[in-house]
Design a protein around this ligand. Sequence first.
Ligand code: MBD
Ligand code: FE
Length: 311
Amino acid sequence: MSVKVFETKEVQELLKAAANLNGGNGNARFQQVVHRLLGDLFKAIDDLDITPDEVWAGVNYLNKLGQDGEAALLAAGLGLEKYLDIRMDAQDKAVGLDGGTPRTIEGPLYVAGAPVCEGLAKIDINADADAGPLVIHGTVTGPDGEPVANAVVECWHANSKGFYSHFDPTGAQTDFNLRGAVKTGADGKYEFRTLMPVGYGCPPHGSTQHLLNGLGRHGNRPAHVHVFVTSDDHRKLTTQFNIEGDPLIWDDFAYATREELIPNVVEKTGGAALGLKDDAYKSIEFNVALTSLVQGKDNQIVNRLRAAATV
Ligand code: MBD
Ligand code: FE
């Protein structure tokens, strides 16, 4: 039977007590956010007549999600990470900051600590019989269109099985395989010599895929390469590009695809001279335009828990 108790004094007092809203101690911002989120949950339970069984299934799900270490993966899959991008895009627009390479989500699989190379890095450390050679290159420019020297371009991507080093359940990859960092010279150029990635799929028996199954959704991403670009005099860019032609480009479970982030894949020969494993290789030019600091500050640095390793 549907009853409405949310607006009662008893429930409103309960919410305030639970968030310690007028308690004096604690962090006021945290209290404000908890009060609001808990209130939204209580209201949803009332409005949708969510049953005790459903609530306990949800509580149990959170336990399992944590055990699987998949909370950040679920955040990507539910569009929460994309939503934060939509808000940052709108904030940029509101202060008249346009231009620059579009941002897109970081995702949960970055590993800090890749060794920084000058201009060029070969990042395919482990052999991968099913992956062909790929050269990723481009120029980093500033808002004036001039090349940016001493920018650090980091990239990370999956292997031919869709697995990332450090998170690979097969153990096939060593630390920093398919992850690199290159510092630009005066010409603003960077280059990575690597192998063609394949799209990622959520662990099939994990909590994220379990939830997606309930929604009738898949948990796959098109093949993509993640990019961070940092420079002292510009805002940090967090983005990715997709591998042109992947059938999932407009069906990404994490909603990261953007029109401007699908560079052409060019077929080339002469890979042997570059030290690639085949003479025929693929080349992608991905140029990066950075944006200015806002009142001398990088207002888009995002702090989140990230894995780290050393070499
Ligand atoms: C990925 O490789 C990824 O980029 C995101 C956003 C989520 C899961 C795996
Ligand atoms: Fe990824």
